[in-house]
Design a protein around this ligand. Structure first.
Ligand code: AMP
Length: 287
């Protein structure tokens, strides 16, 4: 069993499909994705990709059909809470929230006592209210959960939101956050036991891309006298690299900065004397 080609299950459609395929390609895997093929051999690594439904991935891991999988943390928690999360991948972010019609007075968990809550996450919803000893009637629905109150099927819903606009359009107001979710890399129990080297290899390759996306490579020229000021401005991975230029008294400074900090850093660097500033993407970062 452990000798067979390593299998990574990934979404074949839906919200996580494109971002997952991009992550795999950026990590260096070369593969062709066709609409019909369930299993695709990776060209440059001894690995098969299984293209399956996002919501089936937890079950495929538990059944040992796949060794690892990429799916939503919400789906993993709903189906197989004991499957280990190997890494958080930083996309597919959303929250499972309980929402009520805008006209409702409800604003805290206790107010839901005795009410009907429609959701496609019945396990997580029930667990949330059970943990607080609040008795609710959880109605399991697949899809279009947000119309349940309008149809009179439920008093409230528990559904995934990222921007919240779908809820607004449907006249709903979020009241409670049950769970924060994002795409995660998970492993099967057998692979966790017998293929830890393979798991670590996949984790390292994917996290190198995820870490790289959060950073930028910063290159700039400056007078040597400005180095102490610039070094203080740049919160680099470690101390920035300072390289002398052919022109006496001038240096090039290389550093890695948080992608979100670039915006604020640039004016300060200019004032400190930096010029010819380049901000470059980082394909992979292994600390
Ligand atoms: P799919 O059903 O294949 O489109 O995938 C749904 C999964 O995408 C969910 O289980 C979440 O993990 C993730 N997701 C991210 N943002 C949202 C959102 N706003 N609504 C629903 N699912 C989301």
């Amino acid at each position: 069993m452990t000798d067979r080609t390593f299998r990574l299950a990934v979404p074949n459609k839906g919200r996580l499909k494109e971002s997952t395929a991009r992550l795999l390609r950026e990590s260096g895997l070369v593969f062709e994705q066709t609409e019909r093929a369930l299993s695709v051999r990776v060209r440059n690594v001894d690995m098969d990709l299984l293209f399956v439904r996002t919501e089936d991935i937890p079950e495929l891991l538990l059944d040992e059909v796949a060794d690892m999988g990429i799916t939503g943390f919400d789906l993993l928690s709903e189906a197989e809470p004991d499957l280990p999360v190997v890494a958080e991948l930083g996309y597919g972010r959303c929250q499972l929230v309980v929402a009520v019609p805008k006209s409702s007075q409800i604003d805290k968990p206790e107010d839901f006592s005795g009410l009907r809550i429609a959701t496609s996450h019945p396990v997580l919803t029930k667990r949330f209210f059970d943990a607080r000893s609040i008795d609710v009637d959880v109605i399991s629905l697949r899809g279009s959960v947000e119309v349940a109150p309008k149809l009179g099927i439920a008093d409230a819903i528990a559904d995934l939101v990222s921007t919240g606009s779908t809820m607004l359009v449907n006249g709903l107001r979020p009241v409670i956050d049950i769970l924060e979710s994002q795409a995660v890399l998970a492993a099967s129990p057998l692979a966790t036991r017998d293929r830890s080297d393979d798991i670590e290899r996949v984790r390292l390759a994917l996290m190198a891309v995820v870490a790289g996306r959060r950073k930028r490579y910063l290159l700039l020229n400056a007078p040597e006298s400005a180095v102490p000021t610039i070094a203080q401005i740049i919160p680099g991975l470690e101390a920035p690299t300072v390289v002398p230029l052919a022109q006496a008294g001038r240096v090039a400074i290389h550093s890695v900065v948080d992608a979100g900090e670039v915006w604020a850093l640039l004016p300060d660097l200019k004032v400190a004397g930096a010029h010819d500033i380049l901000v470059l993407p980082i394909e992979q970062l292994i600390p």
